[in-house]
Every structure is written in structure tokens, then in C-alpha cells.
Design a protein around this ligand. Structure first.
Ligand code: ATP
Ligand code: MG
Length: 229
């Protein structure tokens, strides 16, 4: 097994497919993501967008080939691969624990100062209003957070983790438009120069992407940018 030491050049999908129960969910994907690329992924519901991005941290099995800097994903030691890939999705995962414990998942040795910085970048000002700050309980036995608050907390984790490859899969869907806009601005600024993949329904959210790929029925049918598509 190879230790993943960070993205140097590219992630390359060479005829990658995902087959579940004999059905091709993704078929012969060819896509090269260069370091620093900001790629938008759009397409109708059920077209395969989430499955496509889940390949990179190996949350789904693929056939064919997907390589990072020439090394097949299956060759990498899984925990080292995942330690440098950050993903935020529509469904957020929260521990029934304190805010601090929920943040430390992303970076176990983070200081409180770093945690507060990440919370601020993700517009989690609601934590400041909690009676015990970072020691406040969230989840069943504590503050029950709204969908938008949960999403922001999960994005705060992404800032804290500061991965090499950043994946946002409808990660701001529960936010109102102006909050979403401010948060995306922070994400784009903070992760400037990092490789980002942004799955979105709203085309306006991928306006800032240097490339946009369109997925339809498991294949990439178009590629361009906001102005050419
Ligand atoms: P949405 O915009 O609604 O999030 P999507 O483009 O992200 O859709 P995917 O979640 O990638 O679509 O799903 C693509 C297709 O694959 C869907 O038809 C879905 O039902 C199917 N699918 C995804 N994962 C699995 C799985 N583990 N087992 C069976 N079918 C699956
Ligand atoms: Mg999806």
C-alpha cells in the first residue's frame, strides 16, 4: 500500500465505471482534474453526480481506472487518502457530543483558536450564542440544530481539516441564498489554489468554477465553462 502524500499534479479518470447490481450508474468516465482546478458538476437528479465525486475518497467501488499522480486509487492506504480529501454533503453527520468534539473529527489536534476560526469562516455565529460555547452539547441531548446550522457546522469541519482535495456535494443546499453566497465566497477564498469539486443544482453556484462538466445518465455529456454552456 502506498501512502498518499498529497495531490501533486492530477486526478485522472480513465474509463471509470460504477456498476451496482448489474446496472451502470457511471459509465466510461474520462476526466482529468488538474491541481488547482475548480470544477463544477451539474446534471439532473439521479444522473450520477454524487457517485462520481464519491469515487475519489473511495466511498464507492469503481471498475476501470482512476489515478492520482499516476497511482491507482486502490493502491493507496485508505486512511491516508481520506485524510487529505474533504467532503461536505447535503446530509450532515453530527455526533451526539459537544461542538468541540464534533469539530475534532476533522483535526484531532486542533486548538480552540483554530476551531473558532473555522466556525467563523463557516458562518457558525450561532455557536457564540450557546451557553457553553465549544462545550455546548449538540444532537439529541443538547441544542437541536436546524438543517442550515448543521450544514454550516459540517463546512466548518472542512475549513478545519484543510484538505488537498475539497468536495462540496450540495453542501450549501439548506442555506438561504445570501448566506450561501457569503459562505461560498469564504470557501473559494480559503481554498484558492486547492482542487475543488462542486456539485450543484443551481448553475449560479458553479459560476466561479474554471470548468463545468455536465453529467447525464451516468456519462459526461458536455464540458465547458459558465459562459460556453
Ligand atoms: P441528485 O441530484 O438527486 O443528488 P445524483 O446525480 O447525485 O442525484 P447519484 O446519487 O449519483 O445521483 O445516483 C445516480 C443513480 O445511481 C441513481 O439512480 C441512484 O438511485 C443510483 N444509486 C446510487 N447509489 C446507489 C447504490 N449504492 N445502490 C444502488 N443504486 C444507487
Ligand atoms: Mg447527489
Amino acid at each position: 500500500r502506498v501512502e498518499f502524500e498529497g495531490l501533486k499534479e492530477s486526478v485522472e479518470f480513465v474509463n471509470a465505471s460504477v456498476v451496482v447490481d448489474g446496472r451502470h450508474i457511471l459509465k466510461d468516465i474520462k476526466l482529468t482534474l488538474r491541481k488547482g482546478d475548480r470544477v463544477g458538476i451539474v446534471g439532473h437528479t439521479g444522473s450520477g453526480k454524487s457517485t462520481l465525486v464519491k469515487i475519489i475518497p473511495r466511498l464507492v467501488d469503481y471498475i476501470g481506472s482512476v489515478k492520482i499522480d499516476g497511482v491507482e486509487l486502490y493502491e493507496f492506504e485508505l486512511s491516508s487518502l481520506r485524510s487529505r480529501i474533504g467532503m461536505a454533503t447535503q446530509e450532515t453527520f453530527l455526533l451526539n457530543a459537544t461542538v468541540r468534539e464534533n469539530m475534532l473529527i476533522a483535526k484531532p489536534d486542533a486548538t480552540d483558536t483554530e476551531i473558532w476560526q473555522a466556525l467563523k469562516l463557516a458562518l457558525c455565529d450561532f455557536v457564540e450564542d450557546m451557553d457553553r460555547g465549544l462545550d455546548s452539547m449538540v444532537g439529541e441531548r443538547g441544542y437541536s440544530l436546524s438543517g442550515g446550522e448543521r450544514q454550516r457546522l459540517s463546512l466548518a469541519r472542512l475549513f478545519l481539516k484543510n484538505p488537498d482535495i475539497v468536495i462540496l456535494d450540495e453542501a450549501t443546499s439548506a442555506l438561504d441564498m445570501s448566506t450561501e453566497k457569503r459562505l461560498l465566497k469564504n470557501l473559494f477564498e480559503f481554498f484558492e489554489g486547492k482542487t475543488m469539486l462542486i456539485v450543484a443544482h443551481r448553475l449560479s453556484n458553479v459560476m466561479e468554477c474554471n470548468r463545468i462538466v455536465v453529467v447525464r445518465e451516468g456519462t459526461i455529456v458536455e464540458e465547458g465553462n459558465f459562459y460556453t454552456l
